[in-house]
Design a protein around this ligand. Structure first.
Ligand code: URA
Length: 437
């Protein structure tokens, strides 16, 4: 079989056969298909899409390209459940939700991704914690999930390796925004993780891969239906991504925000709503709770009384990070050499959130090419929310940069990415909808 035949078939609007998809996945997993062919194929699929059957086959083949975990012999006394986001800017929900759900009786074996396109990656963020082993062996992963109730790790070389390679190429070739490719990428990892159920956070808005609600709904429906075919009960929350989620964007800065949240020092309103809504949905879908309202209360209590913080601290320590990370995170996280407040005047009206994500990449916090090492300290902090009144006292954001030149460029990019107005804009829903099909 020739890869060029697959590329030409998709270029000309045709479909790939099951055998061709299996051939592609094998070639992704063992790297026998070179990056230029992978990227040409990804671009052809971006333009001409894939049928439901092709996407389903791609999902299962990528899930089966490596180890598929099975928790049935782990003797867990609660359900195995996870959440996955379609990707956003400042999306740090996983670090909050995993310990919250664990504190409420669920088990969360979270296999996360690296930065993708303009969006940040959970695996990159967790690597800003010194010593944290983001790609442990399976025995460690299993032990930590069983003992702590959650473990956030990156894709190891034997979990959905075909997706890992495809993802890395899509990241740097402008080929992420494809419903079948996002569906297959997310679900292959989740099926390989051996979950009992999955809650999706489908982002919509200027910082999401799906900018319109219609496209986000189409992606949610593709994921729910493909997951159902694979026997994985899945629901999706449609959540707003028209601005940075929480008040930071950048790897270590986001981890710091999470610790402050778990210590109940600062819980930014939108981050709080999205985190609690997703956590509660996981409890309901996995059968820990029957009512959404009771599930929400249970999640809130786990944050308020510090049990979620305690789970997070144990997870960090068990994964090789400092035992006192929650107490002394600011001494452990890397920090940038230059801090610069960016001031504008008026009510923050709109944010081109993709441009903010791209500015993080230009600061060095995201990748321009496959395998690039990141500067985990850089990014934006104290990011204002839409509707905030900004002036000489209250900045739009604080840039964290490696040097003055980078800070200056980031400031200009930030100014160009926002609009302000004399009146506050109308309120928007943060959780737009909950979808079951
Ligand atoms: N998250 C993933 O894991 N894959 C995608 O393609 C998009 C978001």
């Amino acid at each position: 079989m020739l890869v060029t035949d697959l590329i030409r078939a998709k270029r000309d609007g045709g479909a790939l056969s099951a055998e061709q998809i299996d051939f592609l996945v094998a070639g992704l997993a063992d790297s026998s298909i070179p990056a230029e062919q992978v990227s040409a194929l990804a671009m052809a699929i971006f333009f001409n899409s894939m049928s439901f059957e092709e996407a389903g086959r791609l999902t299962l083949a990528m899930a089966n390209s490596g180890t598929v975990l099975d928790w049935s012999d782990s003797d867990l006394d609660g359900p195995v459940v996870d959440k996955h986001s379609t990707g956003g800017v400042g999306d740090k929900v996983s670090f909050l939700l995993a310990p919250i759900v664990a504190a409420c009786g669920g088990y969360v074996p979270m296999i996360s991704g690296r930065g993708l396109g303009h969006t940040g990656g959970t695996t990159d963020k967790v690597e800003s914690i010194p010593g944290y082993e983001s790609t442990p062996d399976f025995a460690t992963f299993r032990r930590v999930v069983k003992e702590v109730g959650c473990a956030v790790i990156g894709q190891t070389s034997d979990l959905a390796p075909a997706d890992r390679r495809f993802y890395a190429v899509r990241d740097v070739t402008g080929t992420v925004e494809s419903i079948p490719l996002i569906t297959a990428s997310i679900l292959s990892k989740k099926i390989a993780a051996g979950l009992g159920s999955l809650v999706m956070d489908v982002k919509v808005g200027s910082g999401a891969f799906m900018e319109t609600e219609a496209k986000a709904r189409a992606l949610a429906s593709s994921i729910i239906q493909t997951a159902a075919q694979a026997g994985l009960p899945t629901r999706a929350l449609l959540t707003d991504m028209n601005e940075v989620l929480g008040c930071s964007a950048g790897n270590a800065l986001e981890i710091a925000e999470c610790v402050r949240y778990l210590r109940n020092e600062r819980r930014e309103r939108r981050l709080d709503q999205v985190t609690l809504a997703l956590s509660a949905e996981m409890l309901v879908l996995s059968g820990v709770e029957t009512e959404r309202a009771a599930a929400l209360e249970r999640c809130e209590a786990a944050v308020a009384d510090g049990r979620a913080a305690e789970r997070f601290a144990r997870m960090v320590a068990e994964m090789g990070g400092p035992g006192d990370f929650v107490e002394r995170f600011d001494q452990y996280l890397p920090s940038a050499a230059v801090l610069r407040g960016v001031h504008v005047d008026g009510y923050l009206e709109s944010v081109d959130t993709r441009a903010v994500g791209n500015a993080v990449i230009e600061l060095g916090g995201g990748r321009r090419e496959v395998g690039q090492a990141l500067d985990l300290a850089v990014g934006f902090d104290n990011f204002a929310a839409i509707g905030d009144r900004l002036d000489a006292q209250r900045p739009l954001a604080v840039v964290h940069a490696a040097d003055e030149n980078a800070a200056e460029r980031a400031e200009a990019q930030l100014r160009a990415a926002v609009t302000t107005a004399g009146e506050p804009p109308g309120a928007r829903k943060v959780v737009v909808d909950i979808l079951t099909e």
